[in-house]
Design a protein around this ligand. Sequence first.
Ligand code: PGA
Length: 254
Amino acid sequence: MSRKILIAGNWKMNGLLADGAALAKEVAVEVKKLGKPECEFLVCPPFTLLTTVKKALRGSKVALGAQDCHIAEKGAHTGDISPLMLKDCGCSYVILGHSERRADHHESSALVRQKAEAAYKAGLKAVICIGETEAERDAGKTIEVCSAQIKESVPDSATAANTVIAYEPVWAIGTGKTPTTDDVEEVHAAIRKVIAKKLGKGNANKMRILYGGSMKPANAAGLLALPNVDGGLIGGASLKASDFMAIAASVCKK
Ligand code: PGA
């Protein structure tokens, strides 16, 4: 099954205008050097950098994404950003349900699902994040938790064209710890089975499932070579163009 690898950078709450533009330019230049790479690239800066990064990426094949959106198109929602606004800024993707938003902003899977529906309506693709906590893993509940999150967070209208799943064990994010490659493959295969039940085999075979959580140049090749891993959602290592591109280099040939 040919699923195009997606190398996605989640910049989180990092970057001021000058360094955001510089980082995006560096990534754009390096991706251009790859000619027609066998994978897709995406960067997701904070809202304040979207238009600056869009300009810096001009003429490159790197897509732009945001890290969250509201469920409404517009209105009285102080401090929020709508999917339509993201589309207007040049975004084609939005990350939804990241564990930091689930924890810091009490986002439920039901809300994530509504956000994904709103994103589709605005013409955005959703990168829907799921993943277990350390306590859940220790209790042997990883697959149960991830399956429930998929069922509840992914809309029935999701397709392989409008949705990417990111499996990010909460305990692996920003910690330098990662599951074994066997564990990652087991969870990704289980996620694909749940997607098949929910959205049909066709979508399940084509939908990309990214791994995220301390993906670095040193461990990327092993993770990205797994049959059910279709790319990476990269936090810390996406803030340095050389690390981000070194991760890509393990799978994106010239
Ligand atoms: P990390 O973050 O690569 O810094 O662990 C990944 C993520 O949270 O998306």
